[in-house]
Design a protein around this ligand. Structure first.
Ligand code: C5P
Length: 284
């Protein structure tokens, strides 16, 4: 069984405050993109095995795939650690990039194993919430407004399809660090947010951008360069380090990707994926 785990970008990400549980209260618009990892799941005698092509990606219990498999095993009423199962991960989504790769891999594992072991929807949703704030989004896909930790979800109308240029610096940013930098940066919450002015898909604003750019000024330069190349929107995705630019035409996206690639950053062109396509493609 092969399943695809699609990446996301955040069309906007507003941080409204800190929460008692240590997380931040968010108002974010998630958007699926066609870039994906592929998981191959098969029966294999013995203890659960996870193999990953990319040596930078852990293939042990710290990987969310492993933790998702353990949760589904228990939810299916089985004892002990999962066994007689092997998952091979073909990693294409860059890590520590703000593209949700680890969370999407986890959601893909939950979906696939729930089907295989006949686990109901409620335990799958509970497992998703427990595994990470972004994981529930990946059970949904498409364009979705996320409130609270980003896990109270409201599906939105599909915005027009767009080509997405991803610019990937040669360093990553840890999500925890980005939120910590935000706290120390001391940005007052934008009053427009409380009036709900940007709950719809509008110009990209990411409140984590300024604190991350303060440490990594190159990210700011990439965003400006994408605007100069004609992107209709450009912003850092999530907690970075990836930056995206949206383009209505493929040839403009290709030109921008070519112009922005350098020794210290890689670029790739992908496209937005609406909810219907996400749900069809993620299920096969
Ligand atoms: O839930 P997840 O493990 O993906 O989150 C990683 C880290 O990002 C959290 O430990 C927290 O520091 C930060 N975070 C946050 N507020 C959110 C989501 C994530 O502070 N809404």
């Amino acid at each position: 069984m092969r399943v695809r785990a699609f990446a996301k970008i955040n069309l906007s990400l507003r941080v409204l405050g800190t929460r008692a549980d240590g997380y931040h209260e968010l108002r974010t618009v998630f958007q699926s993109i066609a870039l994906h990892d592929t998981l191959t799941i098969r029966a294999s005698r013995g203890p659960f095995r996870l193999t990953v092509g990319d040596p930078a990606c852990p293939a042990n219990e710290t990987n969310l795939i492993w933790r998702a498999a353990a949760r589904m095993w228990t939810a299916a009423g089985r004892r002990g650690a999962p066994r007689d199962l092997a998952i091979d991960l073909e990693k294409r989504i860059p890590m520590q990039a703000g593209l949700g790769g680890g969370s999407s891999d986890a959601a893909a594992t939950l979906r696939a194993l729930a089907r295989r072991w006949r686990v109901g929807e409620a335990p799958v949703r509970a497992a998703a919430r427990a595994l990470g704030a972004d994981v529930p989004y990946f059970l949904e896909g498409g364009t979705v407004l996320g409130l609270e930790r980003g896990d109270l979800l409201y599906p939105l109308f599909d915005p027009p399809a767009a080509w997405v240029v991803l610019v990937l610096p040669d360093f990553g940013v840890r999500t925890k660090d980005a939120f910590g930098w935000f706290d120390r940066f001391g940005v007052a919450a934008d009053p427009r947010v409380r009036r709900g002015a940007d709950t719809q898909v509008g110009p990209s604003i990411n409140d984590l951008e300024a604190p991350v750019v303060a440490r990594h000024p190159g990210i700011g330069r990439i965003i400006s360069a994408l605007h100069r190349q004609g992107a209709s929107q450009a912003a850092m995705s999530g907690s970075g380090s990836a930056v995206f630019g949206l383009f209505p035409l493929r040839r403009d996206a290709d030109r921008a990707a070519k112009g922005l690639a350098s020794a210290s950053r890689r670029t790739l062109v992908t496209k937005t994926l609406n909810r219907q396509n996400y749900q069809t493609l993620a299920a096969t």
